[in-house]
Design a protein around this ligand. Sequence first.
Ligand code: NAP
Length: 257
Amino acid sequence: MAVTLDLSGKRILVVGASSGVGRAVARTVVEAGGHAVLAARRAEGLADAVASMASARGQATAQVCDVTDPPQCRDAVQGAITQLGGLDGLVYAPGISPLGLLKDAGHEDWQRVFAVNVIGASLVTAAALDALEETRGRAVYVGSYSTRQSLPGLGLYSTSKVALQGLIAAWRMEAPGVDFTSALLGNTAGTEFASEWGAEKTAEITRIWIERNLFPAATMMRLEAAAEAIAMVLAVEGFIDEIAIMPRQADVSASGS
Ligand SMILES: NC(=O)c1ccc[n+]([C@@H]2O[C@H](COP(=O)([O-])OP(=O)(O)OC[C@H]3O[C@@H](n4cnc5c(N)ncnc54)[C@H](OP(=O)(O)O)[C@@H]3O)[C@@H](O)[C@H]2O)c1
């Protein structure tokens, strides 16, 4: 049985939508008839994403927001609610993944990764809470399978994603009028996830993985597959508390072949 995603008239704020998973989720929402506000720091990336969705069934608009800046979180969420006339769903996709060993990580590295991956998620949720409660809305957070199995060099990232899961559980207890979902994602192609890693650091960390027989990512899934599963959480009637979206063995090889 084929199920067609229908988000007709649903008002969804997608944070972290200038590239990668967030952008693909926004596209899926708009193609399914929803109205998405796309938020992130890069205005050009947002404008390009919105323009690429011009012929879709629903509508897309943009809202600049740096989630590490509390006033911007408040203003951007309020701006989105005003543009949409209410809020049925929030998708929180921002995530940064500095590559480096824990023994080399300083206070600023920890602050940076927690500011985006955890604290921003809570600030955005707090700003959206009243509007989500009004509609018995959904809030979906993009987490990572690395919470199940970390790797040398990704400790800051996986620790922050474990904290994100704790945050979701805490919000669920404080705000029973909203449905909170954790979407654990496996390796996904076509994003800017590793764009800051640099060749030297990547080679250093990859050497450790090879020496220790750790095989992080044999395959990667298509961006659209991840986006469809996340958007599905917004579309179904039942409450989904956690989903894991993983590449198959037969998906694209992580080395691109
Ligand atoms: N790709 C994977 O294999 C994979 C696997 C597991 C989990 N994930 C998770 O998927 C999510 C999306 O990552 P991605 O792979 O799509 O990477 P991406 O292409 O780098 O997307 C990250 C998004 O987050 C936004 N962002 C970063 N810092 C921000 C800030 N301070 N304020 C607002 N927005 C910010 C970026 O926009 P701006 O730079 O314009 O702000 C961008 O839109 C992340 O949470 C990541 O942890 C990815």
